[in-house]
Design a protein around this ligand. Structure first.
Ligand code: ADP
Ligand code: X15
Length: 394
């Protein structure tokens, strides 16, 4: 990232700036229910205003598949941004075309405009060259602050960057710096905790992390493919059959590299995927047939917490159990608490882990909560992010 230009390396004074943000926020009944991503983009927007730029914001919301969907219009987002910044935010009903041209022609220095959902146009996700040009024609400079969408090569995240000067915003810079430092020059002991349910999505991350960490802690639904690979029975627990061999290889690789590969030692099993399930706490080698492991047990929580408290750097992606159900939330809560208490630097990799940390009230105690789920995973996996690659080199 150090080699990519940032917002401070380009003159934006009095210029029209197309700023791609990730305002893909949860909404209910036409109201924004979590404005974390909106607040995270404010330092960049504020800087552009202070520089006297004309700030043209663009974002996607949801997955409207190339056509206008009323519930996915960005009006509630414009309203929330306007409230948060205590200033007028003009919103257009299109993302380019005559209405947008007219609105931009009326802008003065320091004004803020929000374009309509860019995914209302089929060319956005196809990274269509014509659409990218249309976006570029709206402005003099392109700023990408949408870290959460940086793993997408779309017209407003990638294509546009080939037409006008293209730089990273403050949020993008911060995300890449924190995650990049963690992976390149980590303080040690360096611990990664990987949980959640998507074995296929996370197997590459586990592989890449084995080359970097001192402790690799596995929890959540994906742990049971590894438990099975160790030769234990897992009852009805989540299993990705075709990844058992890969799991074996990774455990072998970890051993060869001297990485402490940490698995649950006990689990909470349930007889039903609900809060009313009957439960038992069992050792990892005693999961009964017909029961499903839905959370890590108390001995595992203690073991994981001790490692977390003795680490200098901890990255966490993915809950330890089915935390949405109170009955199976203790593992995730316990790990969140340990991260809240550790002296080490804590990085939460977006997605459900960020939601869990928020839900249990520990977000203020974390050092960095990433605004990107998929993006931070791909970054940790060592993949190039197209939205970053396309930016101008220093
Ligand atoms: N033991 C388990 N069995 C089934 N599902 C689980 C288990 N542990 C966690 N989960 C589920 O994993 C989901 C999150 O998985 P994932 O999307 O991979 O995480 P993230 O969004 O943090 O990357 C949660 O909905 C949670 O209920
Ligand atoms: O919410 C997002 O992804 P995330 O849930 O993986 O963090 C981003 O806005 C990307 O959205 P997308 O996955 O529809 O391309």
């Amino acid at each position: 990232m150090n080699e990519k230009k940032s917002i401070q390396n380009v003159d934006v004074k009095g210029k029209k700036v197309f700023c791609r943000v990730d305002f893909n926020v949860p909404m209910q009944d036409g109201e924004v229910t979590d404005d974390t991503r909106i607040r995270a983009a404010i330092p960049t927007i504020q800087y552009l205003i202070e520089q006297g730029a004309k700030v043209i914001l663009a974002s996607h919301l949801g997955r409207p598949k190339g056509e206008a969907v009323e519930e996915l219009r960005l009006d509630p987002v414009a309203k929330r941004l306007s409230n948060l910044m205590d200033r007028t935010v003009t919103k257009t009903d299109e993302a380019y075309g005559s209405e947008v041209d007219e609105a931009i022609s009326q802008m003065e220095s320091g004004d803020v405009l929000l374009l309509e959902n860019v995914r209302f146009y089929p060319g956005e996700e196809k990274n269509d060259a014509e659409l990218a040009k249309q976006f570029a024609n709206l402005a003099d400079v392109y700023v990408n602050d949408a870290f959460g969408a940086a793993h997408r090569a779309h017209a407003s995240t990638e294509g546009i960057a080939h037409h006008i000067p293209a730089v990273a915003g403050y949020l993008m810079e911060k995300e890449l710096r924190v995650l990049g430092n963690a992976l390149q020059d980590p303080d040690r002991p360096f611990t990664a905790i990987i949980g959640g349910a998507k074995v296929k999505d996370k197997i590459g991350v586990i592989d890449n992390l084995i080359d970097k960490v001192d402790n690799l802690i596995i929890g959540g639904g994906l742990a049971y493919t590894f438990v099975k690979a160790q030769g234990y029975e897992i009852g009805k627990s989540l299993l990705e059959e075709d990844k058992i061999e890969t799991a074996k290889e990774y455990m072998k690789k970890a051993e060869e590299k001297g990485v402490n590969f940490v698995m649950p030692v006990d689990v909470i099993v349930g007889d039903d995927f609900s809060n009313d399930a009957n439960t038992q706490t069992v050792d990892i080698n005693s999961i009964p047939a017909d029961w499903e492991a839905m959370d890590i047990g108390p001995k595992s929580i203690e073991k994981y917490s001790d490692i977390v408290k003795n680490s200098k750097l901890i990255i966490w992606n993915g809950p330890m159990g089915v935390f949405e159900l109170e009955t199976f939330a203790n593992g995730t809560k316990g790990v969140a608490e340990a991260l809240g208490q550790t002296e080490g630097y804590t990085v939460i990799g977006g997605g459900d882990s960020a939601a869990a940390v928020e839900k249990f009230g520990y977000s203020d105690q974390m050092d960095h909560m990433s605004t990107g789920g998929g993006a931070s995973l791909e970054f940790m996996e060592g993949k190039d992010l197209p939205g970053v690659v396309a930016l101008n080199d220093k």
